[in-house]
Design a protein around this ligand. Structure first.
Ligand code: COA
Length: 357
Protein backbone atom coordinates (compact mmCIF):
# COMPACT_ATOMS: atom_id res chain seq x y z
CA UNK A 1 0.00 0.00 0.00
CA UNK A 2 1.40 3.44 -0.89
CA UNK A 3 0.80 6.53 1.25
CA UNK A 4 0.97 10.11 0.01
CA UNK A 5 3.31 12.51 1.86
CA UNK A 6 1.63 15.63 0.51
CA UNK A 7 -0.11 17.50 3.31
CA UNK A 8 -3.81 18.23 3.29
CA UNK A 9 -4.26 22.00 3.02
CA UNK A 10 -7.59 23.57 4.01
CA UNK A 11 -8.39 27.22 3.38
CA UNK A 12 -7.62 30.03 3.63
CA UNK A 13 -11.05 30.79 5.04
CA UNK A 14 -12.67 32.56 7.96
CA UNK A 15 -11.94 31.17 11.42
CA UNK A 16 -14.91 29.48 13.13
CA UNK A 17 -15.79 30.25 16.77
CA UNK A 18 -14.56 26.76 17.84
CA UNK A 19 -11.20 27.50 16.19
CA UNK A 20 -10.70 30.87 17.91
CA UNK A 21 -8.62 29.45 20.80
CA UNK A 22 -6.29 27.57 18.46
CA UNK A 23 -5.86 30.67 16.25
CA UNK A 24 -4.91 32.78 19.27
CA UNK A 25 -2.48 30.01 20.33
CA UNK A 26 -0.79 30.19 16.90
CA UNK A 27 -0.54 34.02 17.09
CA UNK A 28 0.88 33.85 20.62
CA UNK A 29 3.42 31.26 19.50
CA UNK A 30 4.54 33.19 16.39
CA UNK A 31 4.57 36.74 17.81
CA UNK A 32 5.28 36.16 21.50
CA UNK A 33 6.48 32.79 22.87
CA UNK A 34 8.69 31.98 19.83
CA UNK A 35 10.38 35.38 20.37
CA UNK A 36 10.77 34.87 24.12
CA UNK A 37 7.79 36.95 25.27
CA UNK A 38 4.77 36.03 27.32
CA UNK A 39 1.61 35.19 25.30
CA UNK A 40 -0.21 38.53 25.43
CA UNK A 41 -1.74 38.98 21.95
CA UNK A 42 -5.38 38.94 23.11
CA UNK A 43 -4.85 41.62 25.78
CA UNK A 44 -2.51 43.65 23.56
CA UNK A 45 -5.04 43.92 20.71
CA UNK A 46 -8.55 43.37 22.13
CA UNK A 47 -10.07 45.35 19.23
CA UNK A 48 -8.74 42.73 16.77
CA UNK A 49 -8.88 39.50 18.75
CA UNK A 50 -12.40 39.04 20.04
CA UNK A 51 -15.07 36.45 19.29
CA UNK A 52 -17.37 38.75 17.25
CA UNK A 53 -14.42 39.40 14.88
CA UNK A 54 -13.73 35.70 14.37
CA UNK A 55 -14.72 35.53 10.67
CA UNK A 56 -12.19 38.30 9.95
CA UNK A 57 -9.39 36.03 11.17
CA UNK A 58 -8.41 34.29 7.92
CA UNK A 59 -6.76 30.96 8.59
CA UNK A 60 -5.06 28.14 6.70
CA UNK A 61 -4.88 24.58 8.05
CA UNK A 62 -2.40 21.84 7.21
CA UNK A 63 -3.32 18.30 8.21
CA UNK A 64 -6.02 19.68 10.48
CA UNK A 65 -3.83 22.20 12.38
CA UNK A 66 -3.97 25.99 11.93
CA UNK A 67 -0.52 27.01 10.65
CA UNK A 68 -1.03 30.44 9.06
CA UNK A 69 -3.24 33.44 9.82
CA UNK A 70 -4.08 36.99 8.77
CA UNK A 71 -6.32 39.18 10.96
CA UNK A 72 -8.55 41.95 9.63
CA UNK A 73 -9.83 44.84 11.73
CA UNK A 74 -12.64 46.50 9.80
CA UNK A 75 -13.13 50.13 10.77
CA UNK A 76 -14.90 53.28 9.68
CA UNK A 77 -12.32 56.05 9.30
CA UNK A 78 -12.73 59.77 8.68
CA UNK A 79 -11.23 60.87 5.38
CA UNK A 80 -11.73 64.39 4.00
CA UNK A 81 -14.68 64.93 6.38
CA UNK A 82 -16.34 61.75 5.07
CA UNK A 83 -16.31 58.20 6.41
CA UNK A 84 -14.63 55.40 4.52
CA UNK A 85 -14.39 51.66 5.28
CA UNK A 86 -10.90 50.40 5.98
CA UNK A 87 -9.57 46.89 6.56
CA UNK A 88 -6.62 47.11 8.94
CA UNK A 89 -4.32 44.09 8.70
CA UNK A 90 -2.52 42.59 11.68
CA UNK A 91 -1.32 39.21 12.92
CA UNK A 92 0.20 38.00 9.63
CA UNK A 93 1.94 34.90 10.91
CA UNK A 94 2.94 31.37 9.88
CA UNK A 95 4.10 28.60 12.19
CA UNK A 96 7.94 28.50 11.91
CA UNK A 97 7.74 24.83 10.83
CA UNK A 98 5.57 25.72 7.83
CA UNK A 99 7.22 28.85 6.43
CA UNK A 100 8.34 29.47 2.84
CA UNK A 101 5.48 27.46 1.33
CA UNK A 102 3.37 30.43 0.23
CA UNK A 103 0.83 30.11 3.07
CA UNK A 104 1.02 33.76 4.23
CA UNK A 105 0.65 34.95 0.64
CA UNK A 106 -2.43 32.74 0.25
CA UNK A 107 -3.94 34.14 3.47
CA UNK A 108 -3.23 37.73 2.40
CA UNK A 109 -4.77 37.14 -1.05
CA UNK A 110 -7.83 35.65 0.66
CA UNK A 111 -7.92 38.66 3.03
CA UNK A 112 -7.96 41.01 0.03
CA UNK A 113 -10.95 39.16 -1.49
CA UNK A 114 -12.70 39.13 1.89
CA UNK A 115 -12.17 42.89 2.41
CA UNK A 116 -13.42 43.62 -1.12
CA UNK A 117 -16.53 41.49 -0.42
CA UNK A 118 -17.05 43.51 2.80
CA UNK A 119 -16.95 46.72 0.71
CA UNK A 120 -13.71 48.00 2.21
CA UNK A 121 -12.41 51.03 0.31
CA UNK A 122 -8.81 50.32 1.23
CA UNK A 123 -6.58 48.22 3.45
CA UNK A 124 -3.77 49.47 5.69
CA UNK A 125 -0.95 47.71 7.56
CA UNK A 126 2.35 48.39 9.34
CA UNK A 127 5.42 46.27 8.73
CA UNK A 128 9.18 46.05 8.54
CA UNK A 129 9.10 43.81 5.44
CA UNK A 130 7.72 46.23 2.85
CA UNK A 131 8.61 44.26 -0.27
CA UNK A 132 6.64 41.20 0.85
CA UNK A 133 3.46 43.31 0.99
CA UNK A 134 4.37 45.50 -2.00
CA UNK A 135 4.30 42.36 -4.19
CA UNK A 136 0.65 41.95 -3.16
CA UNK A 137 -0.37 45.56 -3.86
CA UNK A 138 0.23 47.47 -0.61
CA UNK A 139 2.41 50.60 -0.92
CA UNK A 140 3.81 53.04 1.64
CA UNK A 141 1.54 56.08 1.60
CA UNK A 142 -0.08 58.81 3.67
CA UNK A 143 1.73 60.82 6.31
CA UNK A 144 1.82 61.43 10.04
CA UNK A 145 4.06 63.48 12.33
CA UNK A 146 6.14 62.66 15.43
CA UNK A 147 7.20 65.44 17.81
CA UNK A 148 10.03 64.75 20.27
CA UNK A 149 10.11 66.29 23.75
CA UNK A 150 12.88 65.79 26.30
CA UNK A 151 13.59 66.76 29.90
CA UNK A 152 14.79 70.16 28.77
CA UNK A 153 12.12 71.09 26.20
CA UNK A 154 9.22 69.92 28.38
CA UNK A 155 9.64 73.27 30.16
CA UNK A 156 7.96 74.75 27.05
CA UNK A 157 4.79 72.71 27.55
CA UNK A 158 1.81 74.24 29.39
CA UNK A 159 1.56 73.64 33.14
CA UNK A 160 -1.71 72.16 34.39
CA UNK A 161 -2.98 71.66 37.92
CA UNK A 162 -2.21 67.99 38.87
CA UNK A 163 -5.33 68.00 41.05
CA UNK A 164 -7.42 68.26 37.83
CA UNK A 165 -5.87 65.15 36.26
CA UNK A 166 -7.42 61.69 36.56
CA UNK A 167 -5.83 58.37 35.59
CA UNK A 168 -8.96 56.36 36.40
CA UNK A 169 -10.52 54.25 33.61
CA UNK A 170 -14.09 54.55 34.83
CA UNK A 171 -17.44 55.25 33.21
CA UNK A 172 -16.73 59.00 33.23
CA UNK A 173 -13.36 58.52 31.49
CA UNK A 174 -14.92 56.27 28.82
CA UNK A 175 -17.58 58.92 28.10
CA UNK A 176 -15.02 61.77 28.08
CA UNK A 177 -12.62 59.97 25.72
CA UNK A 178 -15.47 58.96 23.42
CA UNK A 179 -16.93 62.45 23.30
CA UNK A 180 -13.61 64.33 22.86
CA UNK A 181 -12.45 61.89 20.16
CA UNK A 182 -15.74 62.17 18.26
CA UNK A 183 -15.57 65.97 18.42
CA UNK A 184 -11.99 65.94 17.08
CA UNK A 185 -13.29 64.44 13.80
CA UNK A 186 -10.01 62.57 13.26
CA UNK A 187 -9.09 58.97 12.66
CA UNK A 188 -11.22 55.93 13.42
CA UNK A 189 -14.87 56.28 14.28
CA UNK A 190 -15.32 54.79 17.76
CA UNK A 191 -18.50 54.30 19.75
CA UNK A 192 -18.69 53.91 23.53
CA UNK A 193 -18.27 50.12 23.34
CA UNK A 194 -15.14 50.35 21.19
CA UNK A 195 -13.73 53.15 23.38
CA UNK A 196 -14.21 50.96 26.46
CA UNK A 197 -12.52 48.03 24.66
CA UNK A 198 -9.59 50.26 23.62
CA UNK A 199 -9.20 51.55 27.18
CA UNK A 200 -8.84 47.93 28.31
CA UNK A 201 -5.67 47.55 26.18
CA UNK A 202 -2.79 46.22 28.26
CA UNK A 203 0.27 48.47 28.67
CA UNK A 204 -1.50 51.79 28.17
CA UNK A 205 -2.47 54.68 30.44
CA UNK A 206 -5.16 57.29 29.89
CA UNK A 207 -5.09 60.69 31.57
CA UNK A 208 -8.03 63.07 31.47
CA UNK A 209 -8.06 66.74 32.44
CA UNK A 210 -11.19 68.05 34.15
CA UNK A 211 -11.20 71.78 34.78
CA UNK A 212 -14.17 71.60 37.12
CA UNK A 213 -15.10 68.87 39.55
CA UNK A 214 -17.96 66.86 38.00
CA UNK A 215 -17.62 68.69 34.67
CA UNK A 216 -16.71 67.18 31.32
CA UNK A 217 -13.03 66.68 30.49
CA UNK A 218 -11.33 69.27 28.29
CA UNK A 219 -8.56 66.92 27.08
CA UNK A 220 -7.21 63.37 27.26
CA UNK A 221 -4.01 61.57 26.27
CA UNK A 222 -3.36 57.84 25.89
CA UNK A 223 0.25 56.76 26.44
CA UNK A 224 2.13 53.48 26.33
CA UNK A 225 4.75 52.50 28.94
CA UNK A 226 7.56 53.82 26.76
CA UNK A 227 6.69 57.53 26.59
CA UNK A 228 4.64 57.71 23.40
CA UNK A 229 1.39 59.67 23.33
CA UNK A 230 -0.54 57.44 20.94
CA UNK A 231 -3.90 59.16 20.99
CA UNK A 232 -5.32 62.43 22.26
CA UNK A 233 -8.09 64.96 21.82
CA UNK A 234 -9.28 68.20 23.37
CA UNK A 235 -7.70 71.61 23.83
CA UNK A 236 -4.05 71.71 22.67
CA UNK A 237 -3.00 73.32 25.98
CA UNK A 238 -4.74 70.49 27.86
CA UNK A 239 -3.21 67.77 25.65
CA UNK A 240 0.34 69.11 25.97
CA UNK A 241 -0.16 69.84 29.68
CA UNK A 242 -1.17 66.19 30.15
CA UNK A 243 1.89 65.11 28.16
CA UNK A 244 4.11 67.10 30.54
CA UNK A 245 2.21 65.59 33.49
CA UNK A 246 2.73 62.03 32.16
CA UNK A 247 6.46 62.69 31.64
CA UNK A 248 6.81 63.77 35.27
CA UNK A 249 4.63 60.96 36.57
CA UNK A 250 6.57 58.23 34.71
CA UNK A 251 9.97 60.02 34.94
CA UNK A 252 10.42 59.76 31.19
CA UNK A 253 13.52 61.65 30.02
CA UNK A 254 12.09 61.63 26.48
CA UNK A 255 8.58 61.42 25.13
CA UNK A 256 6.99 61.75 21.73
CA UNK A 257 3.54 62.60 20.51
CA UNK A 258 2.13 61.39 17.21
CA UNK A 259 -0.19 63.77 15.36
CA UNK A 260 -1.82 63.97 11.94
CA UNK A 261 0.48 65.57 9.37
CA UNK A 262 -2.28 67.96 8.30
CA UNK A 263 -1.97 70.24 11.27
CA UNK A 264 -4.63 70.00 13.97
CA UNK A 265 -4.49 72.49 16.86
CA UNK A 266 -2.08 70.37 18.95
CA UNK A 267 0.23 69.98 15.93
CA UNK A 268 0.02 73.76 15.38
CA UNK A 269 0.88 74.56 19.00
CA UNK A 270 3.89 72.19 18.87
CA UNK A 271 4.87 73.89 15.59
CA UNK A 272 4.54 77.34 17.21
CA UNK A 273 6.90 76.12 19.96
CA UNK A 274 9.24 74.92 17.15
CA UNK A 275 9.51 71.46 18.64
CA UNK A 276 11.42 69.21 16.19
CA UNK A 277 9.07 67.22 14.01
CA UNK A 278 9.63 64.13 11.87
CA UNK A 279 7.20 62.99 9.21
CA UNK A 280 6.72 59.35 8.34
CA UNK A 281 4.43 57.25 6.17
CA UNK A 282 1.04 56.60 7.73
CA UNK A 283 1.31 52.93 6.73
CA UNK A 284 1.21 50.62 3.72
CA UNK A 285 -2.04 51.15 1.82
CA UNK A 286 -3.80 48.89 -0.69
CA UNK A 287 -6.56 50.77 -2.48
CA UNK A 288 -9.41 48.32 -3.03
CA UNK A 289 -12.07 50.57 -4.52
CA UNK A 290 -10.82 53.91 -5.89
CA UNK A 291 -14.23 54.80 -7.37
CA UNK A 292 -16.00 54.33 -4.04
CA UNK A 293 -13.27 56.31 -2.24
CA UNK A 294 -13.64 59.26 -4.58
CA UNK A 295 -17.42 59.15 -4.44
CA UNK A 296 -17.49 59.05 -0.61
CA UNK A 297 -15.01 61.91 -0.32
CA UNK A 298 -17.00 64.12 -2.70
CA UNK A 299 -14.66 63.83 -5.70
CA UNK A 300 -17.23 62.31 -8.07
CA UNK A 301 -16.09 64.65 -10.86
CA UNK A 302 -13.06 62.38 -11.25
CA UNK A 303 -13.73 59.40 -13.55
CA UNK A 304 -11.72 56.17 -13.29
CA UNK A 305 -11.26 53.41 -15.86
CA UNK A 306 -9.35 50.22 -15.14
CA UNK A 307 -7.71 48.21 -17.86
CA UNK A 308 -4.94 45.61 -17.67
CA UNK A 309 -4.06 46.52 -14.07
CA UNK A 310 -3.74 50.24 -14.88
CA UNK A 311 -6.09 52.97 -13.70
CA UNK A 312 -6.82 56.03 -15.85
CA UNK A 313 -8.07 59.03 -13.87
CA UNK A 314 -9.79 61.82 -15.80
CA UNK A 315 -11.13 65.19 -14.65
CA UNK A 316 -12.21 67.75 -17.28
CA UNK A 317 -9.22 67.97 -19.65
CA UNK A 318 -6.58 66.47 -17.34
CA UNK A 319 -5.80 62.81 -16.94
CA UNK A 320 -3.18 60.47 -15.47
CA UNK A 321 -2.49 56.73 -15.53
CA UNK A 322 -1.29 54.83 -12.45
CA UNK A 323 -0.58 51.23 -11.44
CA UNK A 324 -2.08 49.50 -8.36
CA UNK A 325 0.87 50.74 -6.25
CA UNK A 326 0.60 54.21 -7.83
CA UNK A 327 -3.04 54.41 -6.69
CA UNK A 328 -1.96 54.65 -3.03
CA UNK A 329 0.53 57.44 -3.83
CA UNK A 330 -1.88 59.39 -6.06
CA UNK A 331 -4.74 59.25 -3.54
CA UNK A 332 -2.82 59.52 -0.25
CA UNK A 333 0.61 60.93 -1.18
CA UNK A 334 2.86 62.07 0.26
CA UNK A 335 5.09 62.19 -2.83
CA UNK A 336 3.79 64.07 -5.84
CA UNK A 337 4.14 61.68 -8.77
CA UNK A 338 1.54 63.60 -10.75
CA UNK A 339 -0.02 67.06 -10.80
CA UNK A 340 -3.41 65.49 -11.49
CA UNK A 341 -6.15 67.12 -9.34
CA UNK A 342 -3.46 68.47 -7.02
CA UNK A 343 -5.98 71.00 -5.68
CA UNK A 344 -7.92 68.08 -4.12
CA UNK A 345 -5.40 65.28 -3.73
CA UNK A 346 -3.94 63.75 -1.65
CA UNK A 347 -6.87 62.82 0.56
CA UNK A 348 -6.63 63.49 4.28
CA UNK A 349 -6.35 60.18 6.21
CA UNK A 350 -5.24 59.49 9.78
CA UNK A 351 -5.10 56.32 11.91
CA UNK A 352 -3.78 56.90 15.43
CA UNK A 353 -1.11 54.54 16.77
CA UNK A 354 -3.44 53.52 19.60
CA UNK A 355 -5.67 51.87 16.97
CA UNK A 356 -2.76 49.92 15.46
CA UNK A 357 -2.63 46.13 15.42
C1 COA B 1 6.45 36.85 7.38
C2 COA B 1 5.76 35.49 7.47
C3 COA B 1 4.30 35.72 7.84
C4 COA B 1 5.84 34.82 6.09
O1 COA B 1 5.08 33.61 6.18
P1 COA B 1 5.26 32.45 5.06
O2 COA B 1 4.06 31.59 5.12
O3 COA B 1 6.58 31.82 5.20
O4 COA B 1 5.23 33.37 3.78
P2 COA B 1 5.19 32.89 2.27
O5 COA B 1 5.72 31.49 2.16
O6 COA B 1 3.86 33.18 1.71
O7 COA B 1 6.20 33.90 1.67
C5 COA B 1 7.56 33.82 2.06
C6 COA B 1 8.12 35.18 1.85
O8 COA B 1 8.01 35.94 3.05
C7 COA B 1 8.94 37.02 2.94
N1 COA B 1 9.58 37.17 4.22
C8 COA B 1 9.45 36.39 5.30
N2 COA B 1 10.18 36.88 6.33
C9 COA B 1 10.76 37.98 5.87
C10 COA B 1 11.61 38.94 6.46
N3 COA B 1 11.98 38.86 7.75
N4 COA B 1 12.01 39.96 5.68
C11 COA B 1 11.63 40.06 4.39
N5 COA B 1 10.81 39.19 3.80
C12 COA B 1 10.38 38.18 4.53
C13 COA B 1 9.92 36.64 1.86
O9 COA B 1 9.62 37.45 0.74
C14 COA B 1 9.61 35.19 1.54
O10 COA B 1 9.84 34.95 0.21
P3 COA B 1 10.89 33.79 -0.17
O11 COA B 1 10.32 32.53 0.40
O12 COA B 1 10.90 33.83 -1.64
O13 COA B 1 12.18 34.18 0.47
C15 COA B 1 6.47 34.54 8.47
O14 COA B 1 7.85 34.55 8.20
C16 COA B 1 6.24 34.92 9.93
O15 COA B 1 5.27 34.48 10.55
N6 COA B 1 7.14 35.75 10.49
C17 COA B 1 7.05 36.16 11.90
C18 COA B 1 5.91 37.14 12.10
C19 COA B 1 6.06 38.36 11.22
O16 COA B 1 7.12 38.98 11.15
N7 COA B 1 4.95 38.71 10.51
C20 COA B 1 4.90 39.86 9.64
C21 COA B 1 4.53 41.05 10.45
S1 COA B 1 4.26 42.45 9.42
Amino acid sequence: MTTSNSPTVEGPRGCRPVEYGETLDLLNWVFRAHQGHRPSMGGDYPHLYNLPNVSNLRILKVDGRIVSCVAIYQAQVRCNSAEITVGGIGGVGTDPDHRGKGYARLCLTDALSHMAAQNCDLSILWTGIDDFYRALGWERAGLWAHFQIDNSTNSLLPIIDPAKVSAAIDEQAIMDVDSLHTTSGQGLVRDLGLTELMLSRVGHHCYTLRDQLGGAASAYVVTNEGGTIKDYAGTPEGVLGLMKYAMTEHRWSHARIITPATADDTHKLLGDLRIPCRNDYLGMIHVLSPASLLSKTGLSDIAIKESGGEFTFTRHSESTVVSQLGLAKLLFGPERYSDFASDELPLDLYWSEWDHM
